[in-house]
Design a protein around this ligand. Structure first.
Ligand code: NDP
Length: 322
């Protein structure tokens, strides 16, 4: 089968399109014929070595397709089932072996492309808005990179929860997409001072929560946008990692809270995975959220997809099609 291998960490040029043996499912696993693989920023962190995974490995953490075969002891899945998953390395490939306990069956109303598009980003948005800071009517949230894969879903779900949403993004074209997703206000943080704008929009009060996946270039401004006792949810490093934070700073900025969550700890339990996946796939299937697929690439062009994502050229979700 074809796969995108990382034989050493580095730039996009290390992504190697290779022929490797098709794996067989061991006990408790299923072999999935991948119909679409989601491209995520986390794939770039693993490729560069910011997040650790000893090479060689197949890149990619999210896929959807059809069960081809199951290993011993797998009773709740059978060949032909349509499934999706995230959090298991190796989805940039024609086939992947995945623990059955990590697979979720796709309802008829959700295509494989949609499944591959929402498992990681949709469930991330779910825990951010329902668990990390449960949004409610009356809350105001700041969403950075609001035209991105996570961003466009986060804006819609925050509105669904009844919150006021302030989105940031880099271009007027992206701002149109953020507005169309339902944001109440959009700030071009490449041209405007997002702290001053956020303070003006909230009449000096500040936001209840700032969802910040941009990191290095925004984290401090995000803190300055918070109301007293507000929460900064740092959940990514698109512009680079955030330096160590002095706890005293949290008191000086208004007894604020800072958290640095990650998806894996919010779907580790099978029941939690099923609950979040059911909600997210339900929103998609019922048309309660629109998932914007910005671009599809052939599997062999994974490097170009990552170059475009890191280069801030994309909106919404990117998919690789084997
Ligand atoms: P996006 O589609 O959001 O792409 C990243 C966006 O970040 C860009 O489009 C760009 O938007 C913005 N950005 C700002 N500064 C930079 C920069 N210097 N370089 C590159 N991009 C920049 O990606 P994803 O939706 O895949 O992921 C968004 C973030 O969420 C990532 O940081 C990712 O790691 C994180 N994440 C965290 C998870 C968790 O559980 N903790 C799970 C999933 C994702 P603009 O041009 O508008 O500024």
């Amino acid at each position: 089968m074809k796969a995108i291998r990382v034989n050493q960490t580095g730039g996009p040029e290390v992504l190697s399109y290779e022929e490797i043996p098709t794996p067989s499912p061991a006990a408790g696993q299923a072999l999935v014929k991948i119909e679409a693989s989601g491209v995520n920023f986390i794939d770039i962190y693993f490729r560069t070595g910011l997040y650790k995974h000893e090479p060689p490995f197949t890149n990619g953490q999210e896929g959807a397709g059809v069960v081809e075969a199951v290993g011993e002891g797998v009773t709740d899945l059978q060949p032909g089932d349509r499934v999706a998953y995230t959090g298991v390395p190796g989805s940039y490939a024609e086939y992947a072996v995945v623990p059955a306990a990590r697979l979720v069956k796709l309802p008829d109303s959700v295509s494989s492309k949609m499944g591959a598009a929402v498992m990681l980003q949709g469930m991330t948005v779910h825990y951010l808005t329902h668990s990390t800071f449960p949004l409610m009517p009356g809350h105001t949230c700041l969403v950075h990179a609001a035209a991105g894969g996570i961003g466009l879903i986060l804006v819609q779900v925050a509105k669904m929860r009844g919150a006021q949403v302030i989105g940031t993004c880099s271009t007027a074209e992206k701002a149109e997409k953020v507005k169309a997703a339902g944001a109440d206000h959009v700030i071009l943080y490449t041209e405007q001072d997002f702290v001053a704008e956020t303070k003006a929009i909230t009449h000096g009060r500040g936001v209840d929560v700032a969802y910040d996946s941009v990191g290095k270039t925004t984290w401090e401004g995000s803190m300055n946008c918070l109301r007293p006792r507000g929460m900064l949810v740092l959940f990514g490093n698109a512009s680079g990692p955030v330096p160590p934070i002095d706890p005293l700073m949290l008191s000086q900025k208004g007894s604020i809270f800072v958290t640095r969550p990650t998806l894996v700890h919010h779907i580790a339990d099978r029941q939690e995975l099923e609950d979040r996946a059911r909600d997210v796939l339900g929103w998609v299937g019922q048309g309660r959220i629109q998932v914007h697929i910005g671009q599809e690439y052939p599997l062999a062009e994974a490097a170009q997809a990552q170059i475009d994502l890191a280069g801030r050229k994309t909106t919404g979700k990117l998919l690789l099609i084997p």
